[in-house]
Ligand binder design. Structure first.
Ligand SMILES: Cc1cc2nc3c(=O)[nH]c(=O)nc-3n(C[C@H](O)[C@H](O)[C@H](O)COP(=O)(O)OP(=O)(O)OC[C@H]3O[C@@H](n4cnc5c(N)ncnc54)[C@H](O)[C@@H]3O)c2cc1C
Length: 365
């Protein structure tokens, strides 16, 4: 299966094919294995900024196809490269969408150059899937906003330079920029595939309102409307890598006087994996194409893509582990790493169950 074949589909132009090919070569020259998620992430942010790739996700006119295909290419090679790339976009998106001229000038060029690290702080210990249950409070005192409360599961927590933070004000949920010096992000969270992450505590933390008070929830959803489809892009990258690894192994591994790939049960696995990958790619780039070309909201399409591609990637990676046998669970093996890396995608930016609720709501309208 040609990993770039789908860029010949009508969803794409020549420039997308060029971008994917360039990114694929570029990222292979930037891979690091220093075992430290913080320094690896800083390295990728810096390099992605210097090479101009971050301009795609820190943009007033984001193109979902480019962001999704870059995530696909980066995830294929390194989960943290994908993570570093997308968090700069997700964490600065509300400033792009509704920030003042001064806020845009202060942060966006630095974020796009990889000189400032962004974070997106929405989830709380008691408000994950149920975002509206958030309890972080924002109060305006003498023209200055202050935030109190706790956010958790915050990607880039502990290494970010600023946190785009959502908190409840008198007018409703509102979005703010909070400088990293205003928060306590010392409580780090270790997850199965190491990523910089923390619980972030706000205590009378000075905050700058983004846009109008009370518009934060809409802003968060508009931001996710761009980035949700791209989670499916990352899932595709993981799935393709697992498939490619498994295919090589199945063709090489001697078994019962033949090769593992000669056995029909292996062939069935490979057929299911490849079909799932193609179906995921179709859903992903359909959603991206509609958003880019038709310029309409893609609530249903993005939810379908995110749900299907992440669930499929999980099963593709699992099948790859099975094809590798014991090697598939050996620490440090590429498919073992993918197995840990892919799991969180079914949870963040709306768990699969949340995507089902969204799809059904759209269908029943
Ligand atoms: C790797 C990673 C990175 C993250 N990065 C960020 C970040 O940068 N910023 C941020 O704000 N948050 C981030 N999150 C948090 C993430 O968005 C939440 O974990 C997610 O929204 C789920 O919330 P929760 O963990 O509180 O689980 P809960 O809300 O407690 O949900 C638990 C489970 O309930 C199920 N569920 C949900 N809705 C329904 C339903 N209607 N019916 C039945 N079952 C349902 C789902 O299976 C879900 O997994 C990150 C999480 C992870 C794992």
């Amino acid at each position: 299966m040609d990993r770039f074949e789908h860029y010949g589909w009508p969803f794409f132009d020549e420039r997308h094919r060029t971008l994917a090919a360039e990114a694929d070569v570029w990222i292979q020259g930037k891979l690091v294995e220093d075992g430290n998620a913080d320094s690896s992430c800083r390295h990728f942010v810096r390099e992605l900024g210097a090479a101009g790739f971050l301009d795609h996700c820190v943009s007033a006119t984001p193109e979902v196809r480019s962001i999704a295909l870059l995530r696909e290419v980066f995830a294929y090679h390194h989960g943290l490269a994908d993570f570093a790339f997308v968090m700069q976009g997700l964490g600065s998106g509300p400033i792009v969408l509704a920030g003042s001229e001064a806020q845009r000038k202060a942060w966006l060029p630095r974020v796009a150059r990889g000189e400032a690290i962004a974070a997106f702080a929405l989830s709380e210990p008691e408000a994950g899937s149920d975002v509206a249950a958030m309890s972080c409070l924002a109060v305006k005192e003498m023209n200055a906003w202050k935030i109190n409360g706790t956010k958790t599961w915050i990607s880039n927590g502990g290494i970010a330079d600023f946190y785009v933070t959502f908190a409840r004000a008198e007018e409703g949920i509102s979005a703010f920029i909070v400088d990293a010096r205003e928060v306590d992000a010392s409580e780090r969270i270790d997850i199965i595939a190491p990523h910089p992450m923390a619980t972030v505590k706000f205590k009378d933390s000075k905050a700058e309102l983004i846009g109008e008070a009370g518009q934060g929830f809409k802003l968060a959803m508009r931001n996710l409307d761009v980035f949700r489809t791209t989670v499916a892009g990352a899932a595709l990258g993981f799935a393709r890598r697992a498939f490619d690894e498994a295919l090589v192994r199945a063709k090489d591994r001697p078994m019962f006087g033949k090769k593992l790939a000669d056995l029909q049960m292996t062939q069935a696995k490979l057929a299911d994996m490849a079909t799932g990958i193609d179906a995921s790619a179709l859903l992903t780039y359909r959603s991206a194409w509609i958003r880019d070309v038709k310029q309409t909201r893609v609530t249903r399409e993005a939810a379908m893509a995110k749900m299907y591609a992440t669930e499929t990637a999980q099963s593709v990676v699992d099948a790859a582990v099975q094809i590798f046998g014991g090697l598939g669970v050996k620490s440090g093996h590429p498919v073992e790493h993918l197995y840990r890396e892919v799991r969180a995608l079914r949870i963040y930016e709306g768990a699969t169950e949340v995507q089902k609720v969204i799809i059904a709501r759209e269908l029943l309208k």
